[in-house]
Write a protein that binds this ligand. Structure first.
Ligand SMILES: NC(=O)N[C@@H](O)C(=O)O
Length: 564
C-alpha cells in the first residue's frame, strides 16, 4: 500500500480538484467510536479549522475541539465514519492542531463499501488504505494514496490513544444519476465541482454546490467588498455530467445586506479539461443563458434559462455584480450523450407560425407553435420583475425587496409592507374607464396530463391598465368551502410584431400567500388555478364594454407548462 506525505504548501496542487467526501457539510457522520471521553469524534468532520480552547475545562478535563480518547489504551482507538457522498479516496488530512503531548502518536485508515447498513468495527470487508504512520503534535498531516475503489465508510485508527482535531478524506464523487428526469447537474453529489473563483475572501466558491441551504452566511460564497465601478466577480462550475440545461436556482440565504445587486449566467461546452488560470476567455464560446437579472435578499430565486434549446453544456459561469454573497446555485437539466456539443434538433424547437386571424373578432389571433415544455418555477419578486410585482409579506423583514418600507400599523398589531406595487392606468380621458375591484371565482384546471403538464391556450393583455390579483380565503355562506393553495402565473414579453414573443414565455407557481400585479400591457395567461376553486380579488381600471381597449386575447397552441 504505497502512500506519500504531502507538504502543506502542495495542498492546493494535490487536492484542489477533489472533494472532501467526509465533510459534515456533505452529510458525513460518525457511526461508532471506541472512546471519546475527553472530546467527541464529531469534531473530526467539521468544516472550520479547529480553534484552540486552551485554558478551558469541562468535567472530564481540558476542552478540545477535536476527538480525544482516554489514556492508557492497551490496543488502539477507532472511529467509523460514513462519508457524506460515496466516492474514490485519493488522500487525507489528519490534523492534530492544538493537541500537544496528548496527540495521537500514530494513525491508520481503513475503508469499505457497504450498501446493507453501517459496518461493525470487526467487519471483514475493512481494507487498509493508509498503513500505520506516525503523527506529530499540533500540525496537519497530508497524505496521498493510490485512488481507491468506490467506498462509503472509513475507519480511522489511533495508536494507542490521544487526540486528532480534524480528519478530511479527499477524493472523487462516484455519482448515481437519475435515469429519466431533470436534476441539479452542478450538485457536489452529481460530481459537480467549482473549478475557478475570481475572489472568495469571506466564503469559498465550492460552498455553492453543497447540499441543503447551510446554517449561516459562513457556508456560502462571499467575495470582498469592491470600490471599483463596474466590478464583478464570478465562479466557474464544472457540471457533474454534460447536460441540456433548463432552469437555475440562485439562493441568497442569509445574505441580507450583502447580496449581489444582480447576476448573469453563461454556459460552455468543452470536451477537455481547462486550465482556467492560463485559458484566454475570448477563445471560449460562452453562451449567455441568463441575462443580467436583479437579485434580492435572503431568498431562493428561480429563473428559466435562455439559449439552451438543443444545446449541451459542461460548464456554467455565475457572475455577480458588483460583489457580495450567494449561498447555493442549482442548475437543473438532463444528462446528454457525450457525442457533440449540439444535439441534433429533435423537432422540439420553437417554430412560431402566425395563422390568419379568425373573422369572429379582431382581438382574437391564433399563434401556432411546436411543442415546447416550459418549467413552472416558484414565484419570486425578482424573476417576475420584468412583468410586474409580487404582493406578499415577509417573515424576515430583511428578505423584503430592497427599498420596501415596512412599518407597524393597525395600532401596532400589524407590519405594513408599503406600496409593493403602484396601480396606474392610461385610458383616453373620454373612454369612461373606472377603477374598481372585482372577484374572479376560478374553477380549477381539469386536464393535467400524465407527465404533469398542461397546455398554455391563451395570452391576454390590458393595453391601458395594470391589473392586480389577490387570492381570497374560504368560509361559510357564499364562501368556498375549500380553496386551491396555488395558482399559475404565465407571462410573455411583447414581440416586435406587437404580439406575444413566445420565446419569452415564463411560468410561475404562486402560493395563495402571494398576489400578483401585471404591468400595463404585459401578456399573461388568464388566471389559472390548480386542484380546487379559488376566489381572487382583482383591482384594475376598465371600461367594461368588452372592447379591445380593455383586453386583447390571442390563442396559443403547442406550449406545455410543467405544473407537476
Ligand atoms: N483533554 C484533556 O484534559 N486531556 C489530558 O488531560 C490528557 O491527555 O489526559
Amino acid at each position: 500500500m504505497t502512500f506519500g506525505s504531502i507538504p502543506l504548501d502542495q495542498f492546493t496542487d494535490t487536492f484542489s480538484t477533489t472533494t472532501e467526501l467526509s465533510s459534515v457539510a456533505l452529510g458525513g457522520r460518525i457511526v461508532a467510536v471506541s472512546d471519546e471521553f475527553f472530546a467527541e469524534a464529531f469534531h473530526l468532520l467539521l468544516v472550520e479549522p479547529a480553534p484552540s480552547m486552551k485554558g478551558q475545562f469541562g468535567p472530564n478535563g481540558a476542552l478540545y475541539n477535536g476527538w480525544e480518547t482516554r489514556r492508557h489504551n492497551q490496543d488502539h482507538d477507532w472511529c467509523i465514519i460514513q462519508l457524506g457522498i460515496a466516492g474514490t479516496a485519493v488522500g487525507f488530512d489528519i490534523d492534530t492542531s492544538n493537541f500537544n503531548g496528548n496527540e495521537a502518536p500514530e494513525a491508520s485508515v481503513e475503508a469499505l463499501y457497504a450498501a446493507d447498513g453501517d459496518p461493525h468495527q470487526k467487519d471483514t470487508r475493512w481494507k487498509e488504505i493508509l498503513p500505520r504512520t506516525p503523527l506529530g503534535p499540533n500540525s496537519r498531516h497530508l497524505f496521498s494514496i493510490a485512488q481507491t475503489e468506490r467506498i462509503n465508510y472509513i475507519k480511522l485508527n489511533m495508536y494507542p490513544d490521544g487526540g486528532i482535531a480534524r480528519f478530511r478524506v479527499y477524493g472523487h464523487v462516484t455519482p448515481v444519476y437519475p435515469s429519466d428526469r431533470s436534476f441539479d447537474l452542478a450538485h457536489v453529489s452529481a460530481g459537480g465541482r467549482v473549478e475557478f473563483v475570481s475572489d472568495q475572501h469571506f466564503g469559498v466558491g465550492s460552498n455553492l454546490i453543497l447540499p441543503g441551504r447551510g446554517k449561516n452566511m459562513g457556508d456560502g460564497w462571499e467575495t470582498k467588498r469592491t470600490r471599483v465601478k463596474g466590478h464583478k466577480d464570478w465562479v466557474i462550475i464544472k457540471l457533474g455530467a454534460a447536460g441540456n440545461l433548463e432552469h437555475v436556482e440562485i439562493d441568497t440565504a442569509h445574505f441580507k445586506g450583502n447580496f449581489p445587486e444582480s447576476c448573469e449566467l453563461h454556459a460552455l461546452c468543452s470536451d477537455h479539461e481547462i486550465d482556467w488560470k492560463a485559458q484566454q476567455d475570448e477563445e471560449l464560446e460562452w453562451i449567455l443563458i441568463l441575462p443580467r437579472t436583479k437579485l434580492g435578499p435572503h431568498r431562493q430565486h428561480y429563473f428559466q434559462l435562455e439559449n439552451v434549446e438543443d444545446r449541451k453544456f459542461t460548464h456554467v459561469r455565475v457572475t455577480i455584480y458588483p460583489d457580495g454573497g450567494l449561498k447555493r446555485v442549482r442548475i437543473t437539466g438532463r444528462r446528454t450523450d457525450t457525442s457533440t456539443a449540439m444535439i441534433e434538433p429533435s423537432g422540439g424547437a420553437m417554430n412560431a407560425k402566425l395563422s390568419a386571424v379568425p373573422e369572429e373578432s379582431d382581438s382574437q389571433r391564433t399563434e401556432l407553435i411546436h411543442a415546447a415544455m416550459i418549467p413552472v418555477l416558484p414565484l419570486t419578486p425578482e424573476a417576475f420583475g420584468p412583468f410586474g410585482q409580487v404582493l406578499q409579506a415577509y417573515g424576515d423583514h430583511n428578505a423584503a425587496p430592497k427599498g420596501t418600507r415596512i412599518t407597524l400599523a393597525n395600532d401596532g398589531t400589524a407590519s405594513k409592507f408599503h406600496k409593493l406595487s403602484l396601480l396606474s392606468s392610461s385610458y383616453p380621458a373620454d373612454a369612461g374607464a373606472t377603477a374598481g375591484i372585482s372577484i374572479y371565482r376560478c374553477k380549477p384546471l381539469e386536464e393535467i396530463a400524465a407527465d404533469g403538464s398542461v397546455n398554455l391556450t391563451a395570452l391576454e393583455r390590458h393595453p391601458y391598465t395594470k391589473q392586480a390579483f389577490i387570492p381570497m380565503g374560504c368560509g361559510p355562506g357564499e364562501g368556498l368551502s375549500a380553496t386551491a393553495d396555488k395558482y399559475l402565473v404565465v407571462v410573455a414579453k411583447n414581440g416586435e410584431d406587437d404580439r406575444p414573443d413566445l420565446g419569452t414565455v415564463r411560468a410561475f407557481m404562486a402560493t395563495t400567500a402571494q398576489g400578483v400585479v401585471y404591468d400595463t400591457a404585459v401578456w399573461h395567461q388568464p388566471m389559472t388555478v390548480l386542484g380546487k376553486s379559488l376566489d381572487l380579488a382583482c383591482v384594475e381600471t376598465q371600461i367594461g364594454d368588452g372592447s379591445g381597449l380593455d383586453c386583447e386575447i390571442v390563442r396559443v397552441e403547442g406550449i406545455r407548462l410543467q405544473v407537476e
